[in-house]
Design a protein around this ligand. Structure first.
Ligand SMILES: [Zn+2]
Length: 841
């Protein structure tokens, strides 16, 4: 384990001058012009002020202990004492836990400490007194296991009562008032840091120099015999009702990390552009080489649609939003389009990144280490597309789709996933093409690639235990001037969470554990801000972090949605059961009452990725989404605006308030519980479930060599490891539950020595819960994408957003590679054994 302290930036390993020179020599980036921000017409300052440079060289993120009663804390006057304490803290809990539970077993919980306590009051007699002075100082604070400063109930009451719809609306209005694209939002970063300071947080701006693109020019034209049939505007309509849509400095439609290029070629309709879709096209004998792909949004991460197209020799991609994926709320079904109604505005365009997110997120030139000034830069080959692409609206896709009518096979002759097109009522037949050579598209995309600063805001509330940390984050950057849903419904909620904790701090609350808040920049391009930060602070995060809570789109409808590492399942169930839903058609119904209870596995597509998949930190992502009958959300479009949110998304701002309460209460549970409310048993059950689904998959996939499926025997070693882990996990959870019950019992011992023993027991359990997720990391990473270190969860290689479980095995199976399957069964089995060893040790 690495040291507790956060590494100083200048002492990071791996940025030595030798390595730097070597890699710089090899550097191959496509069009890299280093421009300062003001050259792009921004008001941002190019260089950081001295105060911020100072922050960079400090032990950011500014870990300090909250001053609690003097003389009751562990002090580390020198290294020897520090070492001694470390050894003591790691060995004593083992013994004391054994003693405590041995006593419980022989004496029965009810009497054990009751009698003891009466006979040996901490304040009567010399022995008790001296024992108190010798051991009490090991408690995190004098009130432990109760909360410090104010009671836990008072804390939760504050977190329930403080968030307000008026304030959420105010924050949303601020964040959505103008463009805040990655690297162009410094004023918002400074404002955010200043607000957090006002709420009582120590806050600083942490900057990275990232490689990315800004749009210069684009063109899309449909040509017939060389003549222009249709020239796309590539613009979204300006709507009188929605002021954001008409802002002078609104962001053009483009793809993050798209390749510059100018191609003219026939084109092919490629459905969602999934791996299977392209396979279907190949099987049907549709010629793809040299053609442009016309692809629908949906299903998988957009970059992967282009990745496969490029691999198959296609020369460009046009991606559009088909209303067939909008559920019931469509113009075809009689709904008016935005702004007159809830259906999709026909001119809306989904911008977005086309980085190959499932290969590696973050700055594509610094995979695995932070993008600090002077960091060596890698080639972007294989990490971002090499063919140009453009996003368009369905209004502008119509002429292209109609020009395909009568050319090539029809989508109806393909599998059912090809039958979801929603423009038949506009005379689109969904023919595949390709178009004849006389009908072509001219696709021109010009991007300027730069290395430019971005700005994370990091705020800290120091707890009494410095190496048990909860991180809570949301990204601030948006593709559009608005971003009322993505991400600023989350940003508004985060402000309310922090304001609520600020009220608690004012009331005297001193948190048990440390809370770090993050407002990330650069999420939209590829999780840049969070990934670079995790890469920089990895040793400290590995040592100290208990959990990461992410909120991206906090509210865009009434349906609670979450994905989480299994250890957090029970906490999210308990939290949602404590919070009333804004929907009170049945009085007093809670979020839990209305939620399906579905907890998705961690995939990618938001800032938890580096925490979960690279650092092995248990993560949870929360937000309110929309169902098939709710107003259509204009994702990454100018119409994800304040006006849309107030009219359709969350008119009373109550879902903003509710997601703030969910995050705050979840955080409070994680921060204040004397024994962290994780469940190892849920993890064990999850592993069994994932293995079952793998077995099913294995039977359907055939080995090209042997011509038969991979048999269940292959998985037996892993199955055995999981079964053993289940037993250990459930007995470990029982120990934790017993200790929790004892701590909350009125008969919980009050003698300082006994309380110290209990604290040491809690500390040992908490450390194991904290480190459990880390056991599932495999340092060399996945075979085809070594940045991903987690053996249980990764984004699907060909889906990007959706989580794949046991990715190493799945990829082995998909390649028909028995050796790889066997290798990963062993590796994962070893990691499960490691997790079991941790809990038993
Ligand atoms: Zn987002």
């Amino acid at each position: 384990m690495a040291a507790v302290s956060v590494p100083i930036r200048s002492s990071r390993p791996g940025i030595g001058s030798k390595w730097q020179t070597r890699l710089y020599g090899k550097k191959k980036t496509k069009k890299k012009t280093k421009k300062r921000p003001e050259e792009h017409g921004m008001n941002e300052k190019a260089t950081m002020p001295p105060s911020q440079q100072q922050v960079r060289s400090e032990r950011a993120p500014l870990l300090q202990r909250v001053p609690v009663e003097e003389g009751q804390r562990v002090h580390y006057p020198n290294q020897t004492v520090r070492k001694f304490c470390t050894i003591a803290l790691t060995t004593i809990p083992l013994l004391t836990l054994a003693i405590v539970f041995f006593c419980i077993a022989i004496a029965g919980q009810s009497d054990l400490f009751g009698d003891h306590q009466t006979e040996n009051s901490p304040f009567s007699g010399d022995v008790s007194s001296s024992s108190a002075s010798a051991s009490e100082y090991k408690l995190p604070h004098a009130a432990w296991p109760a909360s410090d400063g104010i009671s836990y109930d008072e804390l939760k009451q504050i977190l329930h009562d403080t968030p307000s719809p008026e304030r959420a609306r105010e924050w949303s209005q601020y964040y959505t008032a103008g463009p805040h694209l990655t690297g162009k939002n410094r004023s918002q970063a400074e404002w955010t840091a200043q607000k957090w300071e006002e709420f009582g947080l120590k806050s600083s701006i942490v900057s990275y120099d990232v490689y990315l693109n800004y749009p210069v020019d684009h063109r899309l034209a449909l040509l017939k015999d060389g003549e222009v049939e249709f020239e796309a505007s590539l613009e979204e309509d300006v709507l009188d009702e929605d002021p954001t849509s008409g802002l002078e400095d609104r962001v053009p439609t483009f793809h993050g990390y798209s390749a510059s290029g100018n191609v003219t070629a026939p084109y092919v309709y490629c459905n969602y552009g999934t791996y299977e879709d392209y396979e279907g096209l190949q099987k049907a004998g549709v010629e793809l080489k040299g053609k442009i792909a016309l692809i629908k949004y949906g299903g998988i991460f957009r970059g992967l649609k282009l990745k496969r197209a490029s691999e198959l020799g296609m020369v460009g991609g046009v991606i559009y939003s088909d209303p067939g994926d909008d559920g019931e709320i469509t113009e075809e079904n009689g709904y008016k389009t935005y702004p007159d109604g809830p259906a999709r505005n026909p001119s809306s365009v989904q911008r977005g990144s086309v980085e190959y997110l499932s290969v590696a997120p973050g700055d594509p030139t610094t995979i695995g280490y932070p993008s600090l000034p002077g960091a060596p830069r890698q080639s972007t080959d294989g990490k971002i597309p090499d063919i140009p692409s453009i996003p368009i609206s369905y209004a502008e896709a119509l002429p292209l789709l109609k020009a395909l009518n009568g050319h090539g096979p029809n989508a109806s002759s393909f599998p059912s996933s090809w039958h979801t097109g929603g423009l038949a009522y506009k005379e689109v037949h969904y023919n595949i093409g390709p178009t004849p050579d006389s009908i072509t598209l001219n696709l021109m995309n010009e991007q300027e690639y730069v290395t430019t600063p971005l700005w994370n805001v990091i705020g800290i509330v120091n707890g009494s235990i410095p190496d048990e940390v909860i991180v809570i984050g949301n990204h601030r950057d948006a593709w559009i001037a608005g971003g009322a849903g993505d991400p600023n419904s989350g940003s508004a909620a985060l402000m309310e969470v922090i304001r609520s904790f600020g009220v608690a701090l004012d009331a005297g609350w001193k948190p048990l554990r440390t809370i770090v808040f993050a407002s990330w920049d650069g999420e939209e391009y590829g999780l840049l801000g969070s990934t670079e930060w995790v890469e920089e602070y990895l040793p400290w995060l590995s040592e100290a972090t208990v959990a990461y809570i992410n909120v991206d789109v906090g509210a865009r409808g009434p349906n609670f949605q979450t994905s989480a590492a299994p250890v957090l399942n029970k906490l999210i169930e308990a939290t949602t059961a404590e919070i009333q839903s804004p929907n009170q058609t049945t009085p007093n119904q809670t979020v839990r009452d209305l939620w399906s209870g579905r907890i998705s596995t961690m995939g990618s597509g938001s800032d938890f990725t580096a925490f979960q998949d690279f650092a092995g930190i248990s993560c949870i992502d929360v937000g309110f989404g929309a169902g098939p009958k709710d107003p259509v959300y204009h994702y990454h479009s100018n119409y994800d605006s304040f006006h849309w949110m107030e009219t359709y998304g969350d008119p009373g701002w109550l879902y903003h308030v509710t997601i703030a309460k969910i995050i705050a209460i979840l955080a409070a549970k994680l921060v204040e519980a004397p024994v962290i409310g994780f469940s190892a048993g849920e993890y064990a059950q999850g592993l069994e479930k994932y293995l079952d689904s793998i077995k099913t998959k294995a039977q359907t996939l055939t080995d090209p060599g042997a011509g038969e499926g991979v048999s269940n025997d292959t998985f037996q070693p892993l199955e055995k490891a999981i079964t053993a882990f289940q037993t250990t996990a459930s007995s470990f959870d029982n120990q934790a539950a017993q200790l929790t019950a004892l701590l909350h019992s009125p008969k919980s011992p009050q003698r300082p020595a006994a309380r110290t023993d209990l604290y040491n027991s809690a500390r040992e359990i908490n450390t194991k819960y904290k480190l459990l997720e880390r056991q599932f990391l495999y340092a060399p990473g996945l075979d085809s994408r070594t940045w991903f270190k987690h053996v249980v969860f990764a984004p699907g290689l060909w889906t990007g957003y959706a989580g794949a479980t046991f990715p190493g095995i799945v990829e082995g199976l998909e390649e028909g590679n028995r050796t790889a399957v066997g290798k990963w069964v062993d590796i994962i089995g070893g990691r499960v054994e490691g997790a079991r060893g941790l809990l038993r040790g």
